[in-house]
Design a protein around this ligand. Structure first.
Ligand code: HEC
Length: 149
């Protein structure tokens, strides 16, 4: 009997999750933002820079331009790879794969700070609110600021 709550919880979550996701999409369809809308704070990028130096710079270089074995995280190659995808996708990739020798070894908050640092390095503007766990899927990595309707 003691084992029941676990599986039940899993079922409950898997039932609720798709509904929550579609509910969010419906209500936030207009709330979609791009990386040009000031989606991270200067302070967050600053912290991310320190953490990038500790965990990523060894392979992707201090200036983020990569090396012969690790891709650049800035400039054309970055927007070519990530343009029109979401920050949620990029965050997921980084968390699941990086650092290659110990993936998912950093706190989620640290990965978000590093993401902010990468955005700053790509010259996207900072804003008043930092990157949060929620909403990353709603932020598009667009190469150019788009005219607002
Ligand atoms: C030990 C070397 C190493 C370290 C440390 C490392 N990376 Fe990487 N990274 C790579 C290599 C090699 C690739 C290309 C192969 C791949 O995607 O697995 C890569 C790919 C990537 C990509 C592109 C992924 C894709 O699929 O397009 C991103 C973004 C990235 N790294 C970010 C980071 C961040 C952020 C950190 C620090 C938390 C980090 N990396 C630490 C070696 C490293």
């Amino acid at each position: 009997m003691r084992l029941i709550p676990g599986p039940l919880l899993v079922i409950a979550i898997s039932l609720v999750h798709p509904m929550t996701a579609s509910g969010l999409q419906a209500t936030q369809a207009d709330g979609q933002r791009t990386v040009w809308d000031g989606v991270y704070t200067e302070e967050q990028a600053e912290r991310g820079g320190v953490q990038y130096t500790e965990s990523c710079a060894g392979c992707h270089a201090p200036d983020l331009r990569g090396s012969t074995t690790s891709p650049s995280l800035v400039g054309m190659s970055f927007t070519f790879l990530w343009g029109e995808r979401t920050l949620g996708e990029l965050f997921g990739k980084i968390q699941q794969l990086m650092p290659t020798d110990r993936p998912n070894s950093l706190p989620a908050q640290t990965y978000r700070n590093i993401l902010a640092f990468i955005l700053r390095a790509n010259s996207y503007p900072p804003g008043d609110q930092g990157l949060e766990a929620d909403g990353l899927d709603q932020i598009i990595i667009s190469a150019k600021p788009e005219p607002r309707p």
